[in-house]
Unconditional design. Structure first.
Length: 77
């Protein structure tokens, strides 16, 4: 049987170092993983899984999505 060890205590509020809030910016565009077309913020994006590598998820444009499904790619869930 394994041994159980208690979790370390979290630092209290006065002991924790002061941290600034991170700024978040949205990504306006991306590129299709198959044809390389630039995907604007309003473009339809589809995520597919390659038939050669099940752990590689690609973001593709609408046109490549249709073609990829015909070539054995599967929709990513």
């Amino acid at each position: 049987m394994g041994q159980v060890h208690p979790l370390p205590q979290a630092p209290s509020a006065d002991e924790a170092p002061a941290q600034k809030a991170a700024t978040v910016r949205s990504i306006d565009s991306a590129h299709c993983g198959l044809c390389g077309a630039k995907l604007s913020a309003r473009a339809l994006r589809h995520h597919v899984v390659s038939p050669q590598s099940c752990d590689a998820t690609l973001t593709v444009c609408h046109t490549c999505h249709k073609a990829a499904l015909g070539e054995g790619y599967r929709p990513a869930e």
